[in-house]
Ligand binder design. Structure first.
Ligand code: NAD
Length: 505
């Protein structure tokens, strides 16, 4: 049998490509064809990466570099991410199955501007702040200094590896930390390329390391490693809990960006000429594999049938197929495991009495015999207590739940363990703002979805996470605040010492 020759990728540790005895096969989620192989990291690689990161941090090559120089290097990396957009997109979609339109606009298109935001923060963040004090009894100068934490581990999932990696790498580097990134085993390619670019542009060896490996071994090793000061994680809530537990042994700082079950409240005055497409955009982009998707639509009982009919009409036009074709609207889901998980949820929904107004299974036709496919699916006859309405499905599945009053809708929207995002569709902005104020979620979109800006915080209420990524205080998650008190009174005022020694000196 002829062997197919494909490219082999290595990890990036201490400024060098590092191979491993074992390898992962990266297969296209759309065709199941072998795309490439990647070194399979082990706990030994995790330890080597942490050692390299620690040595780099202690050397001061990055941590004590002038912030102007650090920022300039980061600006150049951001530029390269823009220059190499097409190559990065190719790497990303070959492994995660995003469509080329989505990847250019979102998965990879956001990489350069988001990295640039952190490059600018490296310069503009208030690393030192003088504070005029009231309480000290003597004359003194007091400063808050924000110092890097040390070695930060970033554990990244498969859905948006490059951008979700940058949300951790960007603020960590801007603040002067060293970083070890553990990619998801299915999608490490774009982050490995980022590490090479960063090194080429002047990030010293050991400061940014990118490794692969199984989560339960290599990810867990980083989360519990005594040499790691902070762990930043995006992924499932179940693994988030485990990471917090592992990190507790050394009381590491944790930021966790976890699951979601975004409620979407459609008010009766919503303009359906764009709200219908907006709801589908909010739920089904990237085959619904986005934690912040709006997956539970609450619509008043009197508009329910009209809204469902229009959703079905528009969602039927979504074209599934080859993700690299600009005509394709929706690609596959990332893996057979993910497809089977979604199908399991749909089976259970049927057993619970739900009905499918659209979809509900795997699309038919030869094109879909290979790859991991799920039809765009709209589920009706759902109550808010059914599993399909409570758990994160991570597929192109929208549930529609009728409400009798707005109070009822808000109560159902908040009745979930997650609180990552929410949204309102309405023409009356005052009303929409009132509803947004009552949604227990870290982001609320009014008449839009997926609008994430690096200057605005992103993260979850309730079990959707701990801490915030992005926003003006993103670097706060990667720094320690140190108070430096400098006495200016000298011998002129020895009042505080009197608390201990009152005899004249
Ligand atoms: P996951 O949470 O298992 O994996 C995410 C990352 O964590 C990967 O890099 C993985 O290797 C690592 N990991 C896994 N177990 C670990 C452990 N014990 N210690 C440390 N690291 C570990 O996600 P998944 O299995 O790929 O997907 C399952 C479900 O998670 C999805 O269906 C979806 O609901 C959710 N998910 C959410 C997001 C998100 O953006 N919030 C992303 C991916 C998956």
């Amino acid at each position: 049998m002829a062997t197919v020759s494909v490219k082999h990728h290595q990890m990036f540790i201490d400024g060098k490509d590092v191979d491993a005895p074992e390898a992962y096969e990266i297969r296209s989620p759309s065709t199941e064809e072998l795309v490439c192989t990647v070194a399979k990291g082990s706990v030994t690689h995790a330890d080597a990466a942490v050692d390299a990161a620690r040595q780099a941090f202690e050397s001061g090559s990055w941590s004590r570099m002038a912030k102007e120089e650090r920022s300039a290097i980061m600006v150049r990396i951001a530029e390269r991410l823009g220059d190499e957009l097409e190559e990065l997109t190719e790497l990303e979609i070959s492994a995660n199955g995003a469509t080329i339109r989505q990847a250019l606009g979102f998965h990879c298109g956001l990489a350069s501007p988001h990295f640039l935001y952190f490059a600018e923060q490296a310069l503009s963040y208030e690393f030192e702040q003088s504070v005029a004090t009231k309480a000290y009894p003597t004359l003194s100068a007091n400063t808050i200094v924000r110092e890097p934490l040390g070695v930060c581990a970033a554990i990244v999932p498969w859905n948006f590896p490059l951008v979700l990696g940058i949300w951790k790498i960007g603020p960590a580097l801007a603040a002067g930390n060293s970083v070890v990134v553990k990619c998801d085993e299915k999608t490490p390619l774009s982050l490995l390329r980022l590490a090479q670019i960063a090194h080429e542009e002047g990030v010293p060896a050991g400061v940014l390391n990118v490794i692969t490996g199984d989560g339960a071994q290599v990810g867990a090793r980083l989360a519990s490693h005594p040499g790691v000061d902070k762990v930043a994680f995006t992924g499932s809530t179940a693994v988030g809990r485990e990471i917090m537990r592992l990190a507790s042994g050394t009381l590491k700082k944790c930021s966790l960006e976890l699951g979601g079950k975004g409620p979407v409240i459609m008010l009766d005055d919503a303009d359906l000429s764009y709200a219908i497409d907006g709801v589908l955009f909010g739920c089904m982009l990237y085959s619904g594999q986005i934690c912040e998707s709006g997956t539970r639509l609450f619509v008043s009982r009197k508009r329910h049938d009209e809204v469902v009919a229009k959703l079905v009409e528009r969602a039927s036009l979504i074209r599934q197929g080859d993700p690299s074709d600009f005509e394709t609207d929706m690609g596959p889901v990332v893996s057979a495991r993910q497809r089977d998980r979604i199908l399991g949820y749909l089976e259970q929904a049927k057993a619970d009495g739900a009905t499918f107004a659209l979809g509900g299974g795997v699309p038919e036709g030869e094109r879909f015999a290979k790859g991991h496919w799920i039809q765009p699916t709209i589920v009706t006859n759902v109550t808010n207590d059914m599993q399909i309405a409570r758990e994160e499905i991570f597929g192109p599945v929208l549930v529609v739940i009728p409400y009798d009053s707005l109070e009822d809708a808000i109560a159902m929207a908040n009745d979930n363990e997650y609180g990552l995002t929410g949204g309102v569709w309405a023409q009356d902005y005052e009303k929409a703002l009132e509803v947004s104020g009552r949604l227990r979620a870290g982001t609320v979109w009014i008449n839009n979805w997926h609008m994430i800006d690096p200057a605005l915080p992103f993260g979850g209420y309730k079990q959707s996470g701990v801490g915030r990524e992005l926003g003006p205080d993103a670097l706060g998650e990667y720094t320690e605040a140190k108070h430096v008190h400098m006495d200016l009174a000298g011998r002129a005022d020895r009042l505080p010492f009197d608390m201990l020694i009152s005899a004249p000196g």
